[in-house]
Design a protein around this ligand. Structure first.
Ligand code: NAD
Length: 341
């Protein structure tokens, strides 16, 4: 019997539907010569749902997600008003305990990057830190936000990052600000050191967040796997994306014990809505990471190879990487390459 995976698809807001539809086209091309199927279950989520449902994650969508093995999520606009629902990504990460946010940063052929041949991965703790959302007003004009760091979550992310480093170039940099945040980042540091005992073959660097933002520009080739807390990881991964070619190419995975959610690193880029000019590669690569997570490594590599081959040829390029191709033209070029493989 042909193996079938149910996948939740959330198109999201603004440019979300454009990049998700482009990715579905590529996934469908991949399925043509594969011995598995994907059953796409579409759910409504995002800012545009709030007026109708009073929430950005309707309960029907949550029920639908629970029936699937993975989720392909488009970018969504985050409501900012006090009392508004929190980001859908943050909610899903908490509900499914998607504790590891994995954001590969690599350079691609014919795409301007700070240096050639870059290949590092940012592993961000995804469930606590300043994303706990525990904020309050102490007095008018005086606010406080809780940065919750636990040994348990820090150990989990450290073990995840060491395992990944041991499968790559065996180098891990852990990033923190323990000279100022002595208690919280002290817990994070201790957890990394504890996890390190199991991976004696992995070389470890200890680095402050401010120094890391500088080294990412000065000497990005020094990094293999970077592990850090939630907000530092979020900021570093936009920098990592830009250093290696831009947000249009950067994909991310949110991994838990039993579920995975895959999305581009970028947001909903409202100013480009409906112009069909944004780069779908970030979301296409998220689709490739999803297939890898589902165990379909051959199909995942096929997508990656097709993206690299289209970029190397250089005929089809979206505006962000110096061309004039539309979102659809880029997706079609990748799909054609997959079918021809
Ligand atoms: P953004 O990532 O949406 O866009 C910043 C800029 O990056 C864009 O103006 C554009 O120049 C470039 N860019 C982004 N995606 C691109 C693509 N596919 N191709 C080419 N260029 C691309 O960041 P923002 O403007 O700060 O945020 C817009 C909204 O998205 C906000 O509401 C924010 O909260 C939300 N957001 C959501 C997610 C998510 O859903 N996971 C992530 C980040 C931001």
């Amino acid at each position: 019997m042909v193996k079938t995976y149910s996948v939740a698809v959330l198109k999201g807001d603004d440019i979300g539907p454009e990049v998700i539809e482009a990715t579905i086209k590529v996934l469908e091309a991949t399925l043509e010569k594969s011995n598995f199927k994907l059953n796409f279950l579409y759910g409504e989520a995002g800012y545009h749902c709030i007026a109708q449902y009073g929430t950005n994650l309707p309960k029907e969508t949550l029920e639908l997600i629970k029936k699937t093995s993975a989720c392909l999520k488009g970018p969504m606009t985050t409501p900012e008003e006090p009392g508004a629902p929190v980001s859908v990504a943050v909610t899903l990460r908490k509900i499914f305990n998607l504790y590891a946010n994995v954001r590969p940063c690599r350079s691609f052929p014919n795409v301007e990057a700070l240096k050639p041949n870059l290949d590092f991965v940012i592993v961000r703790e995804n469930t606590e830190g300043l994303y706990s959302g525990a904020e309050s007003l102490l007095a008018p004009g005086v606010g406080v936000a809780l940065r919750i760091i636990t040994r348990e979550a820090s150990l989990k992310i450290a073990n995840f990052a060491f395992k990944l480093a041991s499968q790559r170039r065996k180098h891990l940099t852990y990033v923190h600000k323990s000279n100022i945040l002595r208690i919280t980042d002290g817990i994070f540091k201790d957890a990394v050191k504890e996890a390190q005992q199991k991976y004696p073959d992995v070389t470890v660097d200890d680095m402050y967040i401010d120094a890391t933002t500088m080294q990412l520009i000065k000497k990005p080739e020094m990094f293999d796997v970077i592990v850090t807390t939630n907000l530092f990881g979020d900021i570093l991964s936009d920098e990592g994306a830009q250093v290696t070619g831009g947000l249009g190419l950067a994909a991310g995975a949110n991994i838990g014990e039993t579920y995975g959610m895959f999305e581009p690193v970028h947001g909903s880029a409202p100013k480009y809505t409906g112009l069909h000019r944004v780069n779908p590669i970030a979301t296409i690569m998220a689709g490739s990471m999803m297939l890898y997570y589902l165990g379909e490594k051959g199909a995942s590599t096929k997508i990656e190879d097709a993206v690299i081959s289209v970029l190397a040829e250089g005929k089809v390029r979206t505006v962000d990487i110096g061309g004039s191709a539309s979102t659809d033209e880029m997706a079609n070029a990748v799909a054609v390459r997959i079918k021809a493989a």
